[in-house]
Each structure stands twice: as structure tokens, then as C-alpha cells.
Design a protein around this ligand. Sequence first.
Ligand code: AMP
Length: 136
Amino acid sequence: MADCVFCKIIAGEIPAATLIETDKVISFLDINPVNPGHALVMPKRHVASLLDLTQDELHVTSFLAKRVATAVCEATGSPAFNILENNGRAAGQLVDHVHFHVIPRSPDDGFDLGWRQLSYEEGRLQALRDDIRKRL
Ligand code: AMP
């Protein structure tokens, strides 16, 4: 897609610190990392959301994310990592070309996901479970 920064990287029109690429997928370092070694992994085909991926694209992309996570953790000496994938502005997606973030983590690295833990009102958990199950 013409105005997509990741498509421009894939087309070789702008530079990136590429880690690996095949005909279907690519991984390069995030230009503004959460931690050094923070990598992005994505299919080359331009789609915005995880929901737009074919089963094969999802398989190949997530498998590459696993390989990249292993290499990034080894290279940075990190004992842990997050894999994050944002879909839509409300979820924090800034670039509308689906991508996995592979973020190496270490104790006290100062990154806080801000993961809150709410509680359900009486009956709400069961009602939601039933509604979601109907749609699967
Ligand atoms: P998201 O908010 O999930 O869409 O993440 C987009 C990510 O793309 C951010 O972490 C940016 O730092 C990263 N990014 C944007 N432009 C570039 C670029 N030219 N090269 C590498 N990473 C980029």
C-alpha cells in the first residue's frame, strides 16, 4: 500500500535494520524500541489486522516471531520477552500493517504494561462466556 511505512520498507524504498526475510514474511528492528532488540515481525502482504490474515500467513508469521524471540533474547541476554500485537487505534495500533512486537525483557527494565485487573459484577462473567461461546 502506497502510504504504508512497512510496505515501503518491504519494497526497499526506505531503510530498516532487517533481521530476516522470506518471500512471505519479514522482521526488522523497531526504530524506537521499548528495549534494545525490540523487533517487529509481519507478513509482507498488506493487511491491517490479525483478523485479515489467512491461516497460512498467521502460521508463518507467528512461527517467525518465535524464532526471532529466541534470537533476540540470546543476543541481548534477556531472560524473558513479550509478544504484543495491536489491532485498531483503541488498542494502540499506529501502523495499519499487521505486525507482532517481540520485546526482550529483563527484571527492572522499567517497562510497565499497565496490566490492570478488574472484577466482574454478579452474573456478568457467565453471561459473557455464554455469548462468546455462541460465536465460536
Ligand atoms: P503499533 O503501535 O503496534 O502500530 O507499532 C508501530 C511500531 O512501528 C512502533 O513501535 C514504531 O516505533 C515502529 N516503527 C514506525 N516506523 C518505523 C520504521 N521506519 N522502522 C522501524 N520501526 C518503525
